[in-house]
Design a protein. Structure first.
Lengths: 270, 361
């Protein structure tokens, strides 16, 4: 079928050019210092620059926490939905997609307003302490909460695709007739067959959290994306080097996850 | 064709075969009544087929025994114990589903061993038991295959082995053959029956295919609109259907108008005794099987051949009688040679009691 189309290669070439040119430009910009020739200084500098380690670690911690929370929230809910009330799926889909329509600016403005209630109205209640605690700059729980909401559309879609490719009700009944309780059926039968979907959802969430800037910046925290923007003002070359590096790291993670997913056979047939 | 020789691994008979009783089961799904007071007893060690058109409640009844549906009222008894409120995973019932239900992430052996793993049987023990079961269904060499590497028939065999792994007291088969192609269906049909008889396990088999039900089951329960119409051995069900519905649903039946006169009926110019219930009105239909209708070429006959269809050993001839009723008759192929569409024929019935019912048209 593809053989019939002689336009395949030119189109692929143009698309490749379109995507690779800016990337190549970035790489050249970081390597080729005028007057010094090719040097890796920009990359070696990254590790010695203040805040690199701490901000990257914070981002990864946030990502792990977000993935854990969002999966614990959505997986049981979606399996239950599939088993108990499949007709409610469109409703849940719309609700889960809402974060896509709300711009992050509006979202963070809302969060900011709520957080200000702390000092303004709640200073004498225990809630005030809670509000302070979730804004701890060492590990801002409020960011996790925000990211969970922002990741919902992606996680929903990934899990939904996974659930559609497996006949969940029959598998659960088969497991139950083999003597498995409800929880065992979920853990031993449903989850292993959703492995690909779970990895997809995790990866999308990871990518989202690593690259998220608006919410973190406006709430005044310093995860990785915010740190990149901050250093770019002073050291342009360094910040581009970091961007290229984070792109490569993201690709590497993607490949690792794809490797994991590829080893389980696509569970759709069967 | 894989007819299997499993004499080497004759399975141990199940612990005592169980009796299953449905008592006044009732279940409604919104406005539709799936079960309308079903009473049925399955005898120990027998294969009982639940037969009926789609929506007659046969699957609902099976799922109630499995524990996946719960009755609005009535009870399910296994060996006299009420299991209505026992959760599905403690029911001691193995089930084979209509759609392929093997766990896609496990190979055939692990699929069969799944139930044993849930029971915390030790690894070595459960693997040897699973291998034994795979051997029983003739797939000893396919243990390492994943479900998507197996054909439909092989998948259903593995599913059967999985259902038997925990030595259940009842085996439930929910149209296990309907997704398979005709030839595989026939071999698997024989094999399920053979296994069931060897193990002596009480089995409930849901099907909408009357041929399947008649050829496999010890007894067939015909259901209609959530109720039991008749439960009898296949020969009796076919030869002496209790109701017009059973007569029409099991096998082919034609209706010939007749006139009731006491305990006999006048039909096709002769008087025949009535079998079974005698309806109230005088105008009745006589129900006849195609193999008991005789058709002879007769130049001054009042009936005309409308159509013929070749069935192999026999030819099915559709004849229109003088009064417009159509009758189907099976004739040996050599007798039917001269009977082409339009031929004048004479139709008669053998001198045996016949089943009659109120005229419907």
């Amino acid at each position: 079928m593809a053989r019939l189309n002689p336009w395949r290669w030119p189109v692929l070439g143009l698309a490749g050019l379109y995507f690779l040119t800016p990337l190549a430009a970035s790489v050249v910009f970081t390597l080729d210092v005028p007057g010094q020739g090719v040097t890796f200084d920009a990359y070696t500098q990254i590790f010695s620059t203040d805040g690199f380690g701490s901000s990257l670690l914070l981002s990864l911690e946030l990502a792990v926490a977000t993935i854990a929370v969002v999966l614990l929230l959505t997986v049981p809910a979606m399996v239950a939905l599939r088993l108990g009330a499949p007709r409610l799926r469109p409703v849940v889909e719309v609700v889960c997609s809402l974060p896509l329509v709300v711009p992050p600016i509006a979202f963070v403005a809302g969060i900011g307003t709520v957080l200000k209630w702390g000092p303004e109205h709640l200073s004498r209640t225990p809630l005030f302490q809670t509000l302070v605690a979730i804004q701890n700059p060492g590990f801002p729980v409020v960011l996790v909460l925000a990211y969970v909401v922002m990741a919902l559309p992606f996680v929903f879609r990934a899990l939904d695709a996974g659930l559609r490719s497996v006949d969940v009700p029959t598998l659960v009944e088969a497991a139950r007739s083999c003597g498995a309780g409800r929880r065992q059926a979920l853990v031993r039968v449903v989850l292993p067959n959703l492995r690909g979907a779970l990895l997809n959802a995790s990866f999308l969430t990871l990518a989202l959290v690593l690259g998220e800037f608006t919410v973190a910046q406006l709430l005044g925290f310093q995860p990785f994306a915010v740190w990149i923007v901050n250093v770019s003002g002073a050291q342009a070359q360094l910040s581009v080097a970091v961007s290229v590096l984070s792109l490569l790291v993201t690709w590497a993670l993607l490949l690792v996850l794809a490797g994991f997913g590829g080893r389980t056979r696509t569970a759709s047939r069967g | 064709m894989t007819v299997l020789d499993n004499t080497a691994t004759t399975p141990e008979p199940a612990t005592e075969a169980a009796t299953v009783e449905f008592r006044r089961l009732r279940r409604e799904f919104g406005p539709t009544v799936a079960l309308d007071g079903l009473d049925l007893t399955v005898r120990p060690g027998e294969l009982l087929a639940l037969l009926g058109p789609s929506g007659c409640g046969k699957t609902t009844a099976l799922r109630m025994l499995a524990g996946f549906e719960h009755p609005d009222s009535g009870e399910v008894l296994v060996d006299g114990d009420d299991v209505t409120r026992v959760p599905a995973h403690r029911r001691d019932a193995g089930m084979v589903f209509q759609s392929y239900s093997l766990f896609p992430h496990l190979d055939a052996l692990d699929n069969v061993a799944f139930g044993l793993r849930m029971r915390k049987v030790r690894t070595a023990q459960r693997r040897s038991r699973a291998a034994e079961l795979l051997d029983l269904v003739g797939l000893a060499d396919k243990g390492a295959r994943f479900p998507h590497q197996l054909s439909g028939g092989q998948q259903q065999r593995v599913a059967l082995a999985r259902a038997l792994a925990l030595r259940p007291r009842v085996l439930l088969l929910d149209e296990p053959l309907s997704a398979l192609d005709a030839k595989v269906r026939l071999t698997l049909r024989e094999e399920i029956r053979r296994l069931q008889q060897e193990l002596g396990i009480t089995t409930l088999f849901v099907t909408h295919d009357q041929e399947e039900a008649l050829s496999m089951a010890d007894r067939v329960a015909v259901m209609r609109a959530g109720r039991l119409e008749q439960c009898a051995a296949p020969a009796e069900l076919y030869g002496r259907p209790a109701t017009a519905f059973v007569a029409g649903f099991v096998g082919t039946t034609s209706r010939i108008p007749g006139r009731l006169d006491g305990a006999s009926v006048e039909v096709l110019g002769r008087r025949l005794p009535v079998d079974g219930r005698i309806p109230a009105g005088a105008e009745v239909d006589v129900l006849v099987r195609p193999e008991s209708v005789r058709v002879r070429a007769e130049d001054d006959g009042h009936a005309r051949v409308v159509a013929t269809s070749f069935l192999g050993a026999a030819v099915r001839i559709t004849v229109r009688l003088a009064d417009g009723a159509e009758v189907k008759a099976d004739l040996p192929a050599h007798e039917a040679a001269e009977l082409t569409a339009g031929a004048a024929v004479d139709v008669s019935l053998p001198d045996r009691p016949v089943l009659v019912t109120e005229r419907t048209s």
